[in-house]
Design a protein around this ligand. Structure first.
Ligand code: ADP
Ligand code: MG
Length: 901
């Protein structure tokens, strides 16, 4: 028991050592460095080389640590600094690319052997509390303690440390204080590199190291860091030790096979628990407001003209047809060996299409997608073995079971976002592989299980390689069709909105969680279908397909082809899968090539191959035709109501009524018992000095912030407990004070997103029924809103190219496109000039004239006085006056608080 505990402390110390570097870099640069484990590997391997060259082990260790620090600093300058503002998925992929390239280079330099270092302090083991403690273990503990001390001194007692903490606290804005942010960030990487190398040289006398050790070490370091909250040195140490001890105790009391799965499951639970507790506010666990540059998302290259769209639609048809031709003609054209190779490629293309839906459209990077492929393959094999069912039932069990698993897991891990979601998928993949490996009796263990069934389709047995090949590629064609339909449907609009900005999505009545869950399940079903094919192609399933390196390969493949294109998988997966077929020599360079390719793609060609082709095609088409106007078939307009009935009865009940709304932020009472009621067709102005609580009030009404007390009713319906997207769905739409516009969507696309609530079809109905009319109706509503706000001439411009005033108008257009019953407008006149303000006033009056109840937060007093029927004055979270514009103008308290300023 003591020995087991000691073993746990040793592994825990290793995890903690790795976690320290990750915490430091994340703390300073908000960057999750997935290459941290490589610093360990390089430190260790470099030291072995120096020792072999005759250096004493201590000297070798010191030189190695210094060398890796320099390497880390160089990598920061070359690669990581360029990803500082990229979306988190790009950052993670960039880190993976660097890690793969470093592992590939290490393979070329040091070969594939496992190596070890001599002990730094040789000596006989000591006897402590009945356990044998090697001196190297003591070195390990001492190293952790010293490293912590050194970091503490660095951070709290040195100028560089102060600068690092300033950068951590203020991120980009530390420059204002005269802190050289770039230099400090580079220094943080150097220190992290040194910390990683220290871990390598102190651990390697105990544990062998090879070129491929890095990734798993990173993962465990990341887990240690995440246990402690990713930003705290103390947390990382505690997290690492806890993880090590937990593993050791699981192995001691239960079964060593359960060690990793239990520790990792616990991690996922801890993360989800923390995410729930910390809520959606600015914490790293919740949805945070995207930085402006983050809007230039990883995937799609915007293709503005309809011409290209029509063409690409026809091109899509041709593409799918070609895949079908390949499915049918392939076996005749290809030698048997290549039929087999291309069959597996087809399988992973199907997985990749699902990955693209997940990352390319909703912005979620999953490294565990092939885990679902594996689960499905295992379910096929085992359901036959256990229950002796036929192939048909086995397939149903496999796909149904995988979908159910995805639903359950998704309900849990989709509460996490960004890095944390990716980490959870990674943890699940590793846990699944370890679990199956550890259960030889039940699940076949490392040697796997055989598949004895033959698939058949409509009585046609798929009993030869050729037939399976054809079936696989037909499935590829079907998957492409399904994915294309999905992303082009109303639901696809929602997917993209969620990928860009969840707050924006919710304001447009798109439920972010539901969309993410639906896409997660859909992509898992694709993975499961691939799993069925995989099992029957290989006639055998073993644990590696469950693990994360298979998941990695698929992500790299789709990245090569391009995310956010649907076609990316079809282009990129074959590249990844064919590379090893080029022979032994290429195989040696494979990791390095992969890694460099990933880095270059993430840095340079965000749209991948398909994106590049599309961009060129788009430019060519634009040159040939000039910017084409989007033509909406007029007949489709009836599908969607383009505006509410024109009712204007002043005696009517309020369309919006809120009572006793309060909200505090920490000790600050931002809003304190505010009532608002607006009747249809009326405009209520909400005014007050900066910080009065106006935006907070609007967010409480819209549901994007939770109220501490108070109720909100929309017509007769109490919506107090409904989230923002549901309130928007019921007809309360809003604009944001700071426009939330995905830069690479066109103006019309943004406006059309606002019409989301007018459509009906969800993900399934969108696949099965014709939806062209609905989409045309939504576009018509979007276009009408652009006409109303006077920016129709900009319909095809990317939203990112608009002036501030135009952006404000687009916000308004988006909110109006949903034909709202209640409109909440947050300072729509901010950034408008001259005529534009007058036009805004006219637009608001027309909107009210259609029976919409409007809440107008505004500083532009002339506008407020002119268009409002009633004014509510807020100051320090309280209503200090209300009435008609004339009343308010005559109210001394109001004048003192606000207008006098
Ligand atoms: P207004 O829109 O009237 O200028 P806000 O509603 O934006 O005012 O802010 C009211 C007060 O609440 C301000 O003191 C502001 O600093 C604070 N506040 C607003 N949002 C947050 C938040 N997310 N976290 C902490 N404090 C906030
Ligand atoms: Mg405000």
């Amino acid at each position: 028991m003591t020995q087991a505990l000691l073993g746990g402390l040793v592994s825990g110390t290793i995890y903690a050592l790795l976690g320290l570097g990750i915490v430091l870099v994340f703390g300073v640069a908000r960057f999750v460095n997935l290459a941290q484990g490589e610093f360990y590997v390089y430190g260790a391997l470099l030291a072995t080389t120096l020792v072999a060259a005759g250096l004493p082990v201590w000297a070798a260790a010191l030189v190695a640590v210094a060398g890796v620090a320099v390497l880390a600093a160089a990598l920061e300058r070359l690669v990581f600094s360029r990803l500082a503002d990229a979306p988190h998925a790009s950052q993670l992929l960039g880190g993976i690319g660097v890690a793969l390239a470093m592992a590939g280079a290490a393979r070329l330099i040091w070969g594939t052997d496992e190596r070890s270092l001599p002990e730094l302090v040789p000596g006989p083991p000591l006897e402590l509390f009945g356990a044998r403690v090697g001196t190297q273990m003591l070195v390990l503990f001492a190293a952790l303690a010293l490293l912590c001390l050194a970091l503490w001194l660095l951070l709290h007692r040195s100028l560089l440390g102060m600068a690092m903490r300033a950068v951590a606290a203020l991120s980009g804005r530390a420059g204002i204080l005269g802190v050289p942010v770039r230099g400090v960030t580079t220094a943080a990487f150097a220190v992290a590199g040194a910390a990683g190398a220290v871990a390598g040289v102190v651990v390697t006398p105990l544990v062998f190291v090879s070129y491929q050790s890095g990734l798993l070490l990173t993962v465990f370091g990341f887990i240690a860091a995440a246990f402690g909250g990713l930003r705290s040195v103390r947390g990382a140490v505690a997290g690492g030790l806890l993880l090590g001890v937990l593993e050791a105790m699981t192995a001691y009391f239960l079964d060593s096979a359960l060690r990793t799965p239990i520790a990792l499951s616990l991690l996922v639970v801890v993360l989800v628990y923390r995410a729930r507790r910390e809520g959606a506010g600015g914490s790293p666990f919740g949805a945070r407001a995207p930085r402006p540059s983050e809007r230039a998302e990883l995937p799609a290259v915007a293709v503005p003209s309809l011409l290209v769209r029509l063409r690409s639609r026809r091109a899509a048809g041709i593409g799918v047809a070609l895949v079908v031709v390949f499915a049918l003609a392939g076996p005749a054209l290809l030698p048997p060996y290549w039929v087999a190779v291309w069959s597996f490629i087809g399988v992973f293309v199907v997985v990749g299409i699902g990955l693209d839906l997940l990352l390319g459209y909703t912005g979620q990077l999953s490294l565990g997608q092939t885990t679902f492929t594996g689960v499905s393959a295992y379910l096929v094999a085992l359901s036959v073995q256990w229950w002796d069912v036929g192939a048909g039932v086995a397939v149903l069990v496999a796909i149904g079971g995988t979908a159910l698993l995805a639903l359950l897991l998704g309900a849990l891990v989709l509460r996490l976002r960004g890095y944390y979601f990716t980490l959870a998928t990674l943890a699940i993949a590793i846990a699944a592989e370890a679990l199956v490996n550890g259960l030889p009796g039940l699940l076949g263990g490392p040697s796997g299980v055989g598949v004895s069934t033959t698939l058949s389709l409509f009585g046609f047995a798929l009993d030869t390689q050729d037939r399976l090949f054809a079936a696989t590629w037909i499935v590829v064609a079907l998957s492409l069709l399904v994915a294309l339909r999905m992303v082009r449907s109303r639901f696809g609009t929602g997917m993209r909105a969620v990928g860009h900005d969840e707050q924006l999505a919710a304001a447009a009545a798109v439920g972010p969680f539901r969309v993410r869950l639906a896409v997660f399940v859909a992509s898992s079903v694709l993975a499961a279908v691939a799993g069925v094919l995989y099992a029957h192609l290989l006639l055998f399933v073993s644990p590696p397909v469950l693990g994360f390196s298979a998941g990695f390969d698929s992500v790299v493949g789709v990245l090569l082809g391009g995310f956010g294109t649907v076609w990316g998988a079809l282009v990129g997966i074959p590249i990844v899968r064919l590379l090893p077929e080029l022979g032994e020599d290429v195989a040696r360079y494979q990791l390095l090539i992969y890694g460099l390719a990933v880095v270059l793609l993430v840095l340079a060609m965000r749209g991948g191959v398909v994106g590049a082709v599309r961009a060129v095609a788009g430019r060519l088409a634009a040159r040939i035709s000039g910017p084409a106007a989007v033509v909406v078939p007029a007949t489709a307009a009836e599908v969607v109501p383009t505006g509410p009935a024109r009712v204007r009865d002043v005696a009517e009940a309020p369309a919006l009524r809120a009572e006793g709304l309060s909200r505090r932020f920490g000790g600050l009472v931002a809003l304190d018992g505010v009532d608002v009621a607006v009747r249809p067709g009326r405009i209520v102005g909400l005014i007050g000095p900066n910080g009065a609580g106006k935006s907070t009030c609007l967010s409480l009404l819209a549901g994007s912030l939770g109220a501490d007390t108070g109720t909100v009713a929309l017509g007769d319906a109490d919506v107090t407990r409904l989230p923002a997207d549901a309130r928007a769905g019921l007809g309360m739409t809003r604009t944001f004070q700071l426009p939330r516009l995905p830069a690479d969507l066109t103006v019309l696309e943004v406006a059309t997103l606002g019409a989301y609530r007018l459509g009906r079809t969800g993900p399934l109905r969108g696949l099965l029924t014709p939806t062209a009319a609905e989409r045309a109706g939504m576009r018509r509503a979007g276009r009408d809103a652009l006409e109303l706000t006077g920016i129709a001439h900009l319909a095809d411009a990317p939203a990112g190219t608009l002036s501030t005033g135009q952006q404000k108008m687009l916000e308004l257009a988006r909110a109006l496109a949903g034909a709202p019953r209640v409109l909440l407008a947050d300072e729509p006149a901010g950034g408008l000039y001259g005529d534009e303000v007058a036009r805004l006033g006219a637009v608001l009056r027309r909107v009210a004239g259609r029976g919409v109840a409007v809440v107008l937060v505004e500083h532009e007093m002339d506008l407020v006085m002119e268009v409002c029927d009633e004014i509510v004055v807020l100051s320090q979270g309280r209503v200090i006056g209300s009435g008609t514009p004339a009343d308010v103008r005559g109210n001394q308290e109001v004048l003192d608080a606000y207008l006098g300023v």
